[in-house]
Ligand binder design. Structure first.
Ligand code: NI
Ligand code: MN
Length: 228
């Protein structure tokens, strides 16, 4: 299993058989390490409609004939562009050919800003992904919430991808509390340093999270990979 970080909140996950991408904002992302045209995946998972997450999902899904997996309202929005979608909602799981996905809550918003109009796209989410018996939790854009404790009790999370940028999501102190509740084997911070509002000294998070003596903390630069 391989996790490839493309910057911001975008991760590509490869098993021996299949490849998926989460929140593929590549064009216009100052951190992006690939072009949407270079991406070859079986599925595109999108946590919410904000441009820095929906990004190039439709382009990639079209290029690869891949399915977009998203909360129902966002899936419906994507469908209007003629791509295959699979709608889910918070708390639901489904077995896909690449593995099992559970949609988890996220405290945030979800809308597409298009030509001066706001199109609301329902509730944002996170994803618990089980591929080849590894459990990866992509929290999406979210505030800290106490039910993360439940996720930590229910699942043995191998890797947790957590936003730490503050302003739009959890900041670093809340991120440390999230680690405490989720008890993942490995934590990878995301959603920071892309915009001036979310500039963070990630070393602060690394030190505090390591201090819990619970998880390994791995900082990936855009383009870097993590093998699990
Ligand atoms: Ni957002
Ligand atoms: Mn975001």
């Amino acid at each position: 299993m391989k996790l490839h970080f493309h910057g911001h909140a975008c991760f590509e996950i490869s098993s021996s058989q299949k490849k998926i991408i989460i929140d593929p904002w590549l064009k216009g992302n100052p951190q992006a390490s690939v072009e949407p045209e270079e991406v070859q995946v079986d599925a595109v998972l999108v946590t919410h409609g904000h441009h820095d997450h929906l990004g190039d999902a439709v382009t990639i899904a079209k290029n690869c004939d891949a399915v977009i997996i998203a909360p129902t309202e966002l899936a419906y929005y994507c469908e209007t562009f003629g791509v295959k979608t699979h709608a889910m909602h918070i708390g639901g799981s489904f077995n896909f050919s690449f593995g099992k996905v559970k949609m988890t809550p996220a405290w945030h918003g979800s809308a597409v800003m298009s030509e001066g109009k706001i199109i609301y796209t329902g509730t944002p989410c996170g994803f618990l992904i089980n591929m080849e018996n590894k459990i990866i939790y992509h929290a999406g854009d979210t505030a800290l919430f106490k039910d993360m404790e439940l996720l930590g009790e229910q699942y043995e999370i191998d890797v947790a991808l957590l936003p730490i940028g503050d302003n739009f999501t959890m900041g670093m102190d809340d991120g440390v509390l999230a680690v405490q509740m989720l008890k993942p084997k490995v934590v990878i911070p995301m959603h920071y340093n892309t915009f001036p509002q979310i500039k963070q000294d990630v070393e602060y998070f690394v030190e505090k999270a390591k201090g819990l003596n619970m998880s390994t903390v791995t900082v990936l630069k855009p383009g870097e990979e993590f093998i699990l």
